[in-house]
Design a protein around this ligand. Structure first.
Ligand code: ADP
Length: 391
């Protein structure tokens, strides 16, 4: 959908033949009825406009906002105050900002608001006022908190069960090998064959348990965010896969403008290691392998990285499933547990990114990852926003 800017809105309205007075009326109707608290404060702090919905969101009459320019800020819950002030400061410096924060409603309840602060500039580009638009996101935040808590519980449960299973599996494996060693001859061919089945099943169970632990760690291990140079991450991954790359004489093409992004060094390594490892694993025997890692320019404070190969490709009807745990597209002839891409998706989403794939069977696959750029402050979704979900 095409975004409208204000000049365009103005043009549309004047094309509709509305007089300046009618435009003003329309504007007033809009501000009075919108389900958001719209507050316009001048450079010196005085409030020039406060929409009636501010009263719904806070329980206090709009007079309070006009007579005390810090009134809205004074309703902010103590723990969120710094975050709110930081967002306001960004707007005062001339940039848009977005912040989620709690306010104390007059009734004693606490509401979650999402406030967008936009600087209003003079013709010379000076900030002459700040327009803040706050909407009630309490239901959304409560749902998110609930889902996060449930996910955490599930991940903890999976982790605990998997860990508890390790000891009995270890015992079964140990006992099977002790029996083979001490009583192998007495058991004869058929007995040994049964024993081998037990050992193989225990080994499979061990791999499965390891994959559950890997997946639950991807969901629950804390993310340590910093600016990360992707050139470094990809170079490390290539270095660690050097043996495999050499053994299949693969050609690796890495664009030299890989950006610095906002993320977690270890998690980013995990993402690229999985994708490059898979490109090697699912290569075609019919042609030399070529893997490319490319920075694709996109607009906005995000980066788009493409990891492509000319390997086996993925059947079209399997494309949707490969990011789900334990879904595989190439059968058991090629080793794997179907957890790698599920972890990639989980980690990318925790870094506030997206991952998708395009593939042609027999020609190769391309994985696309978007992530927040490092130099993108203030971001559309600032880090404060995710931190504010910590209860
Ligand atoms: P695993 O490789 O252990 O099976 P993944 O979760 O990493 O698990 O991948 C899921 C499935 O997606 C793989 O089993 C494979 O069928 C398919 N796949 C992943 N990457 C590629 C690729 N680069 N080329 C072809 N198929 C792929």
């Amino acid at each position: 959908m095409k975004e409208l800017n204000y000049t365009e809105i103005g043009q549309h309205l004047s094309k509709a033949g509305l007089s300046a007075e009618e435009l003003l009326d329309l504007h007033e109707t809009m501000v009075s009825n919108i389900a958001a608290a719209v507050i316009y404060s001048l450079e010196d702090g005085r409030v020039a406009l406060c929409s009636p919905y501010a009263e719904v969101l806070t329980g206090f009459p709009t007079d309070y906002f006009y007579s005390d320019h810090r009134f809205f800020e004074s309703l902010c819950v103590e723990e969120d105050l710094d975050r709110f002030r930081r967002a306001r400061m960004i707007a005062e410096l001339g940039e848009d900002s977005l912040v989620r924060h709690r306010v104390n409603h007059q009734s004693g309840l606490q509401l979650w608001l999402e406030t967008r602060l936009v600087p209003v500039l003079t013709g010379d580009g000076e900030v002459e006022g700040i327009m803040s638009v706050s909407t009630d996101v309490t239901a959304l935040v409560c749902n998110q908190l609930q889902i996060e808590e449930q996910n955490r519980d599930l991940a903890d449960f999976a982790y605990m069960v998997s860990h508890d299973l390790k000891a009995p599996i270890f015992t079964i494996k140990g006992m099977a090998s002790a029996i083979a060693e001490d009583f192998g001859e007495q058991l004869g061919g058929e007995g040994n064959e049964l024993l081998n089945y037990i050992s193989a099943a225990a080994a499979r169970l061990e791999t499965l348990v390891a994959s559950v632990i890997e997946f639950s760690s991807a969901s629950s291990k804390p993310i340590k965010e910093s600016n990360v140079d992707l050139r470094r991450v990809v170079a490390d991954v290539i270095h660690d896969h050097a043996k495999q790359i050499e053994s299949c004489a693969a050609k690796i093409e890495i664009s030299n403008d890989l950006p610095t992004i906002k993320g977690d060094q270890v998690r980013l390594y995990q993402i690229f290691s999985n994708l490059i490892g898979n490109a090697i694993k699912y290569r075609s025997k019919d042609r030399p392998l070529v893997i490319s890692v490319t920075n694709r320019p996109i607009s906005g404070p995000r980066v788009l990285i493409e990891v492509s190969d000319n390997g086996l490709g993925i059947p079209a009807d399997k494309l949707e499933d490969i990011f789900r745990p334990y879904h595989r597209a190439h059968g058991s002839a090629i080793e794997g547990n179907g957890i790698g891409l599920a972890c990639v998706k989980k980690v990318v989403e925790r870094l506030r990114g997206t991952v998708s794939v395009k593939s042609t069977m027999g020609s190769g696959s391309s994985f696309f990852i978007t992530l927040p750029a490092a130099s993108s402050e203030p971001q559309a979704i600032p880090p404060e926003l995710t931190r504010c979900f910590e209860s």
